[in-house]
Design a protein around this ligand. Structure first.
Ligand code: ATP
Ligand code: MG
Ligand code: MG
Length: 545
């Protein structure tokens, strides 16, 4: 646990001191209507994290009260996300729909207490009667119905005797309340729709405000943690649980600030639009801010947990810089992954004074990474280097190979350029070079000064790989529409060349391609015939000025 306790943990500790609860119980209550995103990761970290810190437990509950938008595939994605982040829920996954019979009983109880009524205004009238922030609302004439009438109508609603929208059940609170949410909030609505779990058993569905507090209570939740936009719903939460006069202890709602990240959209509705419109390859497209997307891209769970820890828990909404997330993954991989060489845009170099071939032993890790392991890199007179690592007319600060300037081949020798071969259009197709035999890396006696070392691969032994270069999905800091999509968020390179050990030894799934960034063997499309690597993140923040 971090040294500086966040305000939620302060509340939890106070409740522990008071002895209010036998156990600290939290829940992560997503609606299974989309894949979870990084915002959900934050909620997962908070809810499961608090339960873990105080030896309690956290339930995974599907808040499945909207039959038309929910699906089992989203349930699976939510379970995967929680597990991948390293958290465990106790027992089975919970479903609000499992509590439908209980919730209905509570509705009947409220009606019997004269605290709820069946309203028959239509949607527009309900809205109009609610009033505005500055003007009080007006109660519906149907609020005068007797308890018997209400019980009868509620039962008929449940039995499917009415059409969608004909009636609703409302709590009788206060149409003049300053908090608009308290102006007789809706508890049930009629919806003749097939539910992915309860099938056609129900045609009335409880509203969020009714179902949530009761589900929390039924599960013995102590701390119901949600995001700030539910602040005004807290009064209903309290009203319902208090009015129903339940056996204590009962849960209390606490709000924290929602995570927002720049260059990112984070609403399931907008993410669904990207998926349905084929702007991305699916929910797990490596550019998506979904947990499945980060996972496929090559992010580690540790990097996401670290990120959630770093951004902390606040009571006021703010925007987090996406480079902070990128920093977290870079920082994690820097300590973990092997360094190898891959050439994305190859140009051939023939070393005219080199004969035969050899294998160069090279460590997978730099000195400051305390990990062991090395591979053999084949070397011969024909190699490939990155096209941009040679320039005929270089600017002053150019440190790589030029007609005059030698360069070191990483782990190998220093070469100088002798001549360039061009095609009829003037494009360089080959570089003729010379190497210095005394300049081998680690035993250099050549005395030649070079300004940089570049990656290369052996022409005969290199393996062809597909590399997918991912960049930010949006070009604007605060994306609003599809027009803000970054047209260059994916570049596919079919013919990159990689040193053979990466393919044959499979030393890891994640690598640093030296000077290029961190890459991940795509968990779905990678095959021996067509190895595919996803760019996870660059070596430094290429968007920084
Ligand atoms: P969205 O519309 O962005 O997908 P949601 O609130 O409708 O979000 P739910 O499935 O209801 O999604 O969310 C499950 C839990 O995750 C809730 O407790 C919610 O408050 C929390 N959550 C959702 N988005 C964020 C976010 N951006 N930051 C922190 N917590 C979030
Ligand atoms: Mg929600
Ligand atoms: Mg939503």
């Amino acid at each position: 646990m971090s040294e500086n306790k966040d305000f939620l943990r302060v509340i939890v500790e106070e409740d522990i001191k008071k002895g209010t609860y036998k156990e600290i119980v939290t829940r992560f209550p997503p609606e299974p209507n989309g894949f979870p995103h990084i915002g959900h990761a934050k909620s997962i970290c908070i809810n499961f994290g608090i339960a873990k810190d105080y030896s309690g437990h956290c339930n995974l509950r599907m808040d499945d009260t909207n039959p038309t938008t929910e699906d089992t595939k989203y349930v699976e994605a939510l379970k995967d996300a929680v597990k991948w982040l390293g958290f465990k829920w106790i027992g089975e996954v919970r479903y609000t729909s499992d509590y439908f019979p209980k919730i209905y009983e509570y509705a009947v109880k409220l009606v019997k207490m004269g605290k709820a009524y069946v309203d028959s205004l239509n949607e527009e009238e309900i809205k109009e009667y609610r009033g505005t922030v500055t003007t009080p609302g007006k109660r519906s004439k149907y609020a005068q119905r007797t308890i018997e009438e209400n019980l009868d109508l509620l039962e008929k609603m449940k039995n499917g005797e009415f059409k969608d929208g004909e009636h609703v059940l409302r709590a009788k609170i206060d149409m003049g309340a300053a908090n608009m949410k308290m102006r007789d909030p809706l508890l049930y609505r009629i919806r003749h729709a097939h539910h992915f779990r309860t099938k056609d058993e129900w045609c009335i569905y409880p509203m969020y405000d009714f179902a949530h507090c009761l589900s929390d209570y039924i599960e013995g939740v102590s701390h119901s943690i949600c995001t700030l936009e539910f602040e005004n719903n807290r009064d209903i939460y309290d009203w319902l649980l208090d009015e129903l006069d339940l056996t204590p202890p009962r849960p209390y709602q606490h709000e924290f600030a929602r995570l927002g990240i720049n260059y990112t959209v984070m609403s399931k509705r907008k993410l669904l639009e990207l998926v349905n419109g084929n702007y991305v390859s699916g929910w797990d497209d490596p550019r998506m801010p979904t947990i499945a997307g980060y996972k496929r891209r090559g992010y580690t769970p540790e990097s996401i947990l670290n990120f959630c820890d770093q951004i902390g828990i606040a009571k006021a909404n703010s925007m987090v810089d996406v480079s902070q997330l990128e920093f977290c993954i870079r920082d994690d991989l820097n300590k973990k992954v092997p360094r190898v060489m891959c050439v994305l845009d190859p140009i051939k170099v023939t070393i005219e004074n080199y004969e035969g071939d050899e294998e160069i032993e090279a460590s997978y890790y730099p000195h400051d990474v305390p990990k062991e392991g090395s591979r053999k890199i084949p070397f011969s007179n024909e190699i490939y280097i990155e096209r941009e690592d040679f320039m005929e007319n270089p600017p002053k600060e150019y440190n790589r190979l030029t007609l005059e300037q030698p360069v070191r081949l990483r782990h190998a020798y220093i070469i100088t350029c002798k001549e360039v071969i061009k095609d009829s259009l003037g494009n360089i197709v080959e570089i003729k070079a010379l190497y210095n035999k005394d300049s081998k890396s680690g035993q250099d006696k050549s005395g030649i000064k070079v300004k940089s070392a570049i990656q290369w691969v052996c022409a005969k032994k290199a393996k062809r790989v597909e590399v997918r270069l991912y960049d930010r999905l949006y070009k604007n800091e605060a994306p609003e529409s599809l027009e803000d999509l970054n047209p260059n968020s994916l570049k596919i390179i079919k013919d990159a060349l990689i040193e053979p050990a990466v393919i044959l030894e499979k030393a890891d799934e994640r690598f640093q391609f030296e000077r290029q960034g961190y890459f991940y063997a795509d968990p779905i499309d990678y095959s021996d015939e067509n190895p595919v690597f996803n760019k996870i993140v660059g070596l430094k923040d290429s968007w920084a000025k």
